[in-house]
Design a binder for this molecule. Structure first.
Ligand SMILES: Nc1ncnc2c1ncn2[C@@H]1O[C@H](COP(=O)(O)OP(=O)(O)OP(=O)(O)O)[C@@H](O)[C@H]1O
Ligand SMILES: [Mg+2]
Ligand SMILES: [Zn+2]
Length: 293
């Protein structure tokens, strides 16, 4: 019971007392306090965090299981730790629309794969997902939807990182005025059950960028950890590999994932991830009136 409700209940008691012609000074605030404390205690486990196992039939069976209240609390802690940016907080698998007018069929297929993944993936062995698509096709929405599901329904530790942001944080950690070390930033990236790396390739490639990406992906690969990646770049080889292309085609060719992360990492990604391709138009343009950013 909250204080406001308690206040009105006390008022009623006082009024009843007046009607009955009783002294009302006896109603003290302190008397009401234990009732509040009791109301806050979880009725299932009485605050112990453990409840009797649901289907136990025998009175002698004293097996216990984690109470729902503790699971809920763990979910909240994990959600905070996942660092999902505010602009994507609304993203869930359940509100990912696949049948609006003009929706590309690839959305439905991608949603099906994402839902199956959220339900069944083994974070210590199964492949992750490489979600590829043009701007605004819903890549980040799907990735966030999956990790929220993994957190809330399966209690897995997940972490969201924008690729640019991650590289910036690692770079800042070399800066003596910032009180973090490279490992402070990287440890959770290496260790989390499921990592989302959003917008892979969005930073102009340099040797340092390639070394850093390969350190992250190879560490997770070697430790059998699951990674979900999104990218705007086509999953095509780097320029050097496509030397046979006609000069005219090469000139108009857009940059590829191979160009941005290197062929070696692109091929590693194929071992680490199942590819999911989203096609269609920019959801933000389509539903601009609905205030999508
Ligand atoms: N199928 C969908 N159903 C509901 N909302 C969607 C869908 N696709 C995209 N959105 C919404 O549109 C906005 C843009 O989607 P999102 O950020 O996931 O696109 P993206 O492919 O990651 O784009 P970018 O390439 O710019 O990173 C988000 O607010 C997202 O929630
Ligand atoms: Mg995105
Ligand atoms: Zn409880």
């Amino acid at each position: 019971m909250n204080l406001k409700m308690m206040g009105s209940k006390m008022k009623i008691q006082v009024e009843e007392a007046k009607v009955e012609g009783l002294r009302v000074e006896g109603v003290k605030m302190e008397e009401a306090q234990p009732a509040k404390a009791r109301a806050d205690v979880c009725p299932l486990c009485e605050g112990t965090g453990w409840k009797t196992a649901g289907n136990s039939r025998s009175a002698n069976d004293r097996r216990v299981t984690r109470c729902d209240c503790r699971l809920r609390a763990r979910g909240e802690t994990l959600l905070t730790a996942a660092r999902i940016p505010r602009r994507y907080e609304h993203c869930e698998l359940s509100n990912y629309d696949t049948d609006f007018p003009g929706a590309h069929p690839s959305l439905q297929e991608a949603h099906f794969i994402a839902s199956g993944f959220a339900k069944k993936c083994d974070p210590r062995g199964d492949k992750g997902l490489l979600i590829i698509g043009k701007i605004g096709t819903g890549k980040t929405h799907l990735a966030v939807g999956i990790i929220k599901d993994l957190i809330v329904n399966r209690g897995l530790a997940c972490l969201f990182y924008d690729y640019r942001e991650l590289l910036k944080e690692i770079q800042n950690s070399y800066n003596a005025t910032v009180q973090t070390t490279e490992l402070d930033v990287l440890r959770p990236v290496f260790d989390t059950d499921v990592l989302v790396l959003d917008e892979l390739g969005a930073v102009k490639p340099t040797e340092w960028v390639w070394d850093t990406v390969s350190l992250i992906l190879n560490t997770r690969y070697n430790d059998n950890r699951t990674t979900i990646i999104t990218t705007n770049f086509d999953d095509q080889p780097a320029a050097g590999v496509t030397a046979s292309m006609s000069p005219a085609r090469a000139a108009t060719r857009g940059e590829t994932l191979g160009d941005r992360i290197g062929e070696r990492m692109r091929s590693r990604l194929h071992e680490m991830c199942r590819i999911v391709t989203l096609e269609g138009s920019d959801f933000r343009q389509k539903f601009r009136s609905a205030n999508f950013r």
